[in-house]
Design a protein around this ligand. Structure first.
Ligand SMILES: Nc1ncnc2c1ncn2[C@@H]1O[C@H](COP(=O)(O)OP(=O)(O)OP(=O)(O)O)[C@@H](O)[C@H]1O
Ligand code: NI
Length: 364
């Protein structure tokens, strides 16, 4: 079965990739993506993300976690084709419902961003123009993508404001500054969902909110995602959010995906030493303070220039880590890039593991 969005996006021009036409084909597929900082003259200065492979299917929530500076936002921005001039995709491909992003015109990409891909950012204030009432902005967005009357667009906007549990009429008639941070992020969730996008990219949507408000916004996102069957790409440095809500997750370090798999599998059977440490360092959800809090050794963000990016901090480092490890299958749909692992999930060499890998990690 083919995806109807294709014709709409491309105005009938044939750019669909045929093997992405089943209903469960990925809404987003990133393959072997490399993004580099470039000089004014286009010379590559340094690579910020390398060889990224990710995919999200309809109705699925994919989480991307990693330390600050690991390349999460740069990856998301490339999907939206909104990288600043100083950054460039130097290798790899991005497909949206099977359409190669590079094959679209600027006009098609603009339409795609407003209609098929919605995004929620950390800075929810940025989602709305400060001097225009929320309702007017929502109506304008709807009418720029769909041929409906003002009255019909207003009804859609009010319905969605209500669905994100806002006092709809009041929010509709408010300027952005008249709403709290949590209310504004809900309004931006309404703005994202009302166009019935195939994909929502949420980059740290709760970071600027207090914990409880952030939790409620994410719960709403999960509920409404189920209703609309859209795909969600949730970026967060908060492992708890990702463990609690996503179907699959990817862990990034120093611009590379170092582990990926079903969230439950990564949670209960983390393979890469960095993922294991990240899980151990996480504050427990029960509120019990553990006797000894694990911390990740070394300087946060220290990335090895060559080989495994985590090598400078890794307690299990071996000589081979001077060479970049490849992703190895570790179970169904679960893979990790580490020299001490062999396909299947056992360390290559027990001594090399330094007692750190395959430790049983207990979660509450
Ligand atoms: N416009 C730019 N020019 C040059 N380097 C950049 C630019 N934007 C980001 N970077 C660099 O790219 C790397 C990845 O940044 P990115 O914002 O993607 O990290 P992140 O994982 O989203 O971090 P955070 O959790 O802090 O949001 C960082 O080293 C950052 O300094
Ligand atoms: Ni970021």
């Amino acid at each position: 079965m083919s995806i109807t969005v294709v014709d709409h996006l491309t105005e009938g021009k044939a750019v669909r990739v045929d093997n992405f036409t089943s209903p469960m084909a990925p809404v987003l597929q990133i393959s072997d993506l490399t993004i580099a900082a470039v000089s004014d003259k286009g010379k590559v200065l340094n690579e910020l993300v390398q060889g990224i492979d990710l995919s999200v299917r309809p109705g699925e929530m994919l989480g991307l976690v990693g330390e600050s500076g690991s390349g999460k936002s740069v990856t998301a921005t490339a999907v939206l084709d909104l990288l600043p001039k100083s950054l460039q995709v130097t290798a790899g491909n991005i497909y949206l419902s099977g359409i190669h992003l590079g094959s679209l015109s600027e006009k098609e990409k603009r339409r795609l961003r407003g209609k098929e891909i919605a995004y929620m950012f950390q800075n929810y204030q940025g989602s709305f123009t400060p001097i225009v009432k929320i309702g007017k902005q929502l109506v304008e967005t709807i009418r720029s993508h769909e041929q409906v009357s003002f009255k019909e667009a207003k009804e859609i906007a009010l319905e969605w404001l209500q669905r994100v549990k806002l006092p709809a009429k009041r929010a509709f008639n408010s300027y952005p500054f008249q709403l709290s941070g949590g209310q504004l992020q809900r309004a931006s969730l309404a703005a994202a969902l009302m166009m019935k996008p195939s994909l929502i990219i949420a980059d740290e949507p709760t970071t600027a909110l207090d914990v409880l408000t952030g939790e409620r916004v994410l719960d709403l996102l999960v509920d409404l995602q189920k209703e609309t069957n859209c795909a969600v790409f949730l970026i967060s440095h908060d492992l708890t959010h990702v463990l609690k809500r996503t179907d699959r997750m990817a862990v990034m370090y120093g611009g590379r995906i170092i582990e990926t798999g079903p969230t439950e599998s990564v949670r209960h059977n983390p393979q890469h030493p960095y993922t294991q440490l990240l899980l151990q360092a996480r504050p427990l959800l029960t509120g019990r303070i553990p006797e000894k809090l694990t911390t990740i050794p070394g300087e946060p963000g220290a990335v090895a220039g060559q080989g495994c990016p985590f090598a400078l901090r890794c307690p299990s480092r071996i000589e081979e880590c001077a060479q970049a490890p490849v992703m190895k299958p570790m179970g169904e749909d679960h893979s990790a890039a580490c020299h001490i692992l062999t396909a299947g999930g056992e360390p290559d060499n027990e001594d090399a593991a330094g007692g750190q890998t395959n430790q049983q990690v207990v979660f509450c």
